[in-house]
Design a protein around this ligand. Structure first.
Ligand code: SAH
Length: 228
């Protein structure tokens, strides 16, 4: 039991566990290898309508999540001795990497705040020490799919979640390279054969071929990875 605990603050708690309730992540959730609680930010909303947002100071389009409301939602979940990183899903954030995922997966868990509308009041980011994380250079309508991405990536690394231990180690990014191509039966399909070397049984040669293919594909598709 790793005890990885995830708390997600969102205006749409129904989006969780979503895809994480299925397959390996879902089985691990049911068996208690990790836990997930989605908290409705609106419970801390103001007035009869439980307002959570307001118009941007300085004008402009859209609405901004209020600092006071969001801080109350965070404070209800995060106790002073909580060591978990507090993440805010945000297109302005640091790009998510496998290295970050590995670090978080080896810790006590994460607290994730999902933005909506134009984003959140800057003061709550500062005042509650939120770490802004982006899942890529495009704009989602809300942080929820990004939170699912972060959690999916973390949970599959928890001990006992993935069947075979090795299946995590060979993967794209784990060694700074993209993965080599995979093949399985049938041996011939629509006139295309499995590369002969993979059927040779020579494990040294196979490892060498895979390494060369990894390098070729990385050079073609993500040359900047090779420079690191
Ligand atoms: N006005 C903002 C975009 C707001 S999108 C801007 O231009 O930067 C609404 C919410 O969706 C954000 O607050 C964030 O929580 C989430 N979101 C959108 N794109 C994202 C991305 N690429 N990565 C992580 N979260 C994202």
């Amino acid at each position: 039991m790793s005890g990885f605990r995830a708390d997600v603050l969102t205006l749409f708690p129904e989006m969780f566990p979503g895809s994480l309730g299925l397959s390996l992540a879902g089985e691990a959730l049911k068996s208690g290898r990790w836990s997930l609680q989605a908290h409705d930010i609106r419970e801390h909303g103001l007035g009869k309508h439980r307002a959570v947002d307001d118009t941007p100071a300085g004008g402009g389009a859209g609405m901004v999540l209020r600092a006071d409301v969001l801080a109350n939602a965070i404070d209800a979940v995060v106790k002073p001795d909580d060591q978990r990183p507090r993440l805010l899903m945000s297109p302005r954030g640091k790009p998510l990497t496998q290295e970050m995922v590995r670090e978080w997966a080896s810790g006590p868990g994460v607290v994730i705040v999902c933005g909506r509308f134009e984003g959140v009041d800057e003061r709550v980011i500062e005042g509650r020490h939120l770490q802004e994380i982006s899942i890529g250079d495009y704009i989602l309508s809300g942080g929820e799919p990004a939170a699912l991405v972060v959690l999916d990536a973390c949970v599959r690394l928890l001990p006992g979640v993935m069947g075979k231990v090795e299946s995590g180690e060979d993967e794209s990014f784990e060694n700074g390279l993209l993965e080599y191509p995979h093949y399985t039966k049938p041996r011939e399909w629509e006139g295309r054969d499995i590369p002969e070397i993979l059927l040779s049984g020579d494990h040294k040669k196979i490892a060498k071929w895979r390494r060369a293919e990894s390098e070729r594909i990385t050079r073609e598709r993500r040359p900047e990875l090779l420079k690191k």
